[in-house]
Design a protein around this ligand. Structure first.
Ligand code: FES
Length: 107
């Protein structure tokens, strides 16, 4: 569902598909790592502002994936955003507000 998306040595992975032993000795970045010094990452703030968070179950995964996308491609098209987020499921928002949040963070 993508909710457990993390970066393993800078590469996006679903953590549920990675054995703990495979992560041993590697750098794992979770959603908690996005918020530097207690400040929300712009993607996290935009998700809140746009109403892209309802139950919140999917939100960590969307935040990690969107931040990774914007790091690699600061000005993604809507199609690029949809493709990047296509591995993440949300049962609540209908995706429009999530895309709106990512669009707000794009240059
Ligand atoms: Fe509930 Fe996405 S906000 S699953």
């Amino acid at each position: 569902c993508g909710s457990c998306s993390v970066l393993l040595d800078g590469v996006l992975v679903c953590s549920c598909l990675v054995l703990a032993a495979q992560a041993d000795g590697h750098v794992v970045e979770t959603v908690e790592g996005l918020a530097a010094e207690g400040e929300l990452h712009p993607v996290q703030a935009a998700l809140i502002e746009a109403g892209g968070v309802q139950c919140g179950f999917c939100t960590p995964g969307f935040a990690v994936v969107a931040a990774d996308l914007l790091r690699r491609s600061p000005s993604p098209t809507d199609d690029e955003m949809r493709e990047a987020l296509s591995g993440n499921l949300c049962r609540c928002t209908g995706y429009a507000k999530i895309i709106e949040a990512v669009r707000a963070c794009a240059r």
